[in-house]
Design a binder for this molecule. Sequence first.
Ligand SMILES: C[S@@+](CC[C@H](N)C(=O)[O-])C[C@H]1O[C@@H](n2cnc3c(N)ncnc32)[C@H](O)[C@@H]1O
Length: 757
Amino acid sequence: MSRTPIYLHLSDPPTSSGDAQPSLNPSVRKRSPLEDQIEEALQDSYNGLCLNITNDEWRRRWTSLCLTTPSPAEGGSVLMPLSDELKEQQRVAELWRVSDAFKKSEVNITKLEEAENIVGLASEWLELDSPDEWVRQDSELALRQELAYASYLNLATVVLPPPRNRQHITDYARAINGCFTNSPPVLSSYVYLTIRIPLSGARKANRSGSVTPGASSSTATAPTETDVNEIWEMWDTIRTICSYNQRLSVSLDLSYPLPPSKPLLDRWNSEPLRYIFLPASAFVANNRGYPVLPKATQAFFRDIIKHRPGVIVSGTDKGLHKTGGHTAYQQYIRYLEKTSPYVVASETPGSVESFATGYWDFLQAPLQPLMDNLQSSTYEVFERDPVKYSKYEEAIYQALCDRPEDSSTIICVAGAGRGGLVSRCLSAIASSGRRATVYAIEKNPSAYVTLQEKRDTEWEGAVQLVFGDMRLITPPEKADILVSELLGSFGDNELSPECLDGASRFLKDDGISIPSSYTAYLEPVSSSRLFRDASNSLSDVKGAETPYVVMFQAVNELSAEPQECWEFQHPRHNAIIDQNGLPLTNSHNTRSAHLSFQIPQAGIVHGLAGYFEAVLYGDVGLSIHPDRKNDVSPNMLSWFPLFFPLKEPVYVPANAELDVHIWRLTDKRKVWYEWFVEAFYPTSASSTDPPHSPSGVAHMSDTNAPPPPSPMVDAPALAPEGRFEDTREGEATVEMRVKIGQSSLHNPGGRSSWIGL
Ligand SMILES: C[S@@+](CC[C@H](N)C(=O)[O-])C[C@H]1O[C@@H](n2cnc3c(N)ncnc32)[C@H](O)[C@@H]1O
């Protein structure tokens, strides 16, 4: 795994940048002082420097143009006309507003060679969210001037100052969006913007956006939940107004102590993260005097490092810690990185993390093994998962052992692929000591060639092959055990129920199916990246109405745990069948679920995460349920979760409830899912509330026993659901839910995504 880039924040860049003396030999270019500093940083194993694009001279000029000079709105009056001097100043300021260039002495970076290893900081004193409209306007102009200059220098990323004023966050956000969208463009399309967000809240950030140098953040008070929520809401407003722009990210400033609650931190897990700011003042000294991070920051850092942010350290030369010198901070960060559970796992061969490298948060269309014929390389990937096959072998072995010792068993592998499960059947037969015959059915003509090869070379004639669709063909004898692996990430989404309906024809009445059942689970999640990629992945609405297979990383679970949607059991004994033994319709395979999730922390629902759990036989199973997979089938690689995106994000405040509706639907040709979410805010009212209150709370009579509510008269205007909670003398409480948001219905009629029968 490549190492996290670490940058050194230079608070006092060399003033004579770009003033390198020309060499007498024209082929030898003398390096500027800034280039020397970059070289020094590289030699100290930093990846580069982080510094302000402009300096104090520019700040002074801007201040005099825009703050000291009266704005054009303050034009004086007849009684108090502006002096000629002020009028001249106004004229100069207006000329700047029309167009201006930096003076060379106002910028810290002047050359392409210097810019190469630099993370640029836009001026922190810009007030894009000032209460004063003129200051906002002039800050926006100044920001554009800096960004145009950053584009000229080809800076890869510019860090923007943190938002500070909740009242004017929309002004801040609109200004940033304008930098992306205005014509002619301000930014070159190669420059990325990132917003510095103090994790402890806007109120904690001083004018420079971070803790005062030298002050120890360990002695600072922890932020309140309100502060922490407010800053996250500000970020959410900015990225929403910027339409989840791919070139906009967040950079977390850890200058102050972290919020006390982990869920408040976890939500940053689902945001596009670019840098972590770690000033020397955020470190404490260990008992040998070396700088280390406080425990909570350590844990947060070790976890967040999985998103591969760059780290920006500052104040390392201030001597805040007596041992280790200025490089001790960097060495400690490298140590945290190396010991991060994620890094350790991804470097462990055979782990899910090492297998998933390169797949994290990558949207993949689910396989359609029924409609399409899989490639040999796809089967090869399946076969790399030892866990799935050993679980199947164990299940087959147990099923065989449960049969009489002298019995002879017919095993049929339905959907044999390249024969991975067939080989496991043979091993289970051998270890159980039972007699058995194996049939392998496969409809993929190319995989059938591999099966023939294996039959002749590996299986020594112990397996009989049948080519064709299990819903149509009839093998020579009925089976005692039907083995199949037609499962998708949501259990039934590769049409296992439909295929096994057909295969049940050749299962004996007392025969068993492995798997015997599978259950689908769902939970609401937040992930700006998945939301953005799904919206952009296909034209029209299709992208956002298609479920995707995704190995989750930048995803945050919004509720405590997934909930069960539905289950399929095999074999089915109650289907109404035609003369060929096939179900007359597929309506028995439709399902629907209405789930209600408690949402403890405010968040944005970007979609739903789908998982499955299957019972193979007895207590042997497969699971990708996040809370149970490690018990049921640890380190299984074959399935990543399914992501059902939402077309429009739904905001849920803390303690809200999210109702999820999902349907599995079918017609003669296809199966598809439709989904819809509604957000509610729970509230309660007592009988003392006035009848028919405008808030929409249901009214109660004043008598001790409330009369049964009339669906017409007592129906609340806003709150669709209410129930009596508590009846005491003269008082009753009604628990209500006020609806606060909803999505549209996704994929009606399977218009965007479906699975072919
Ligand atoms: C997920 S793969 C599993 C392959 C193999 N059992 C394994 O675990 O390595 C599912 C296999 O079932 C086959 N299949 C799907 N639907 C089928 C059907 N109706 N009849 C026969 N084979 C089918 C596919 O072609 C594919 O080879």
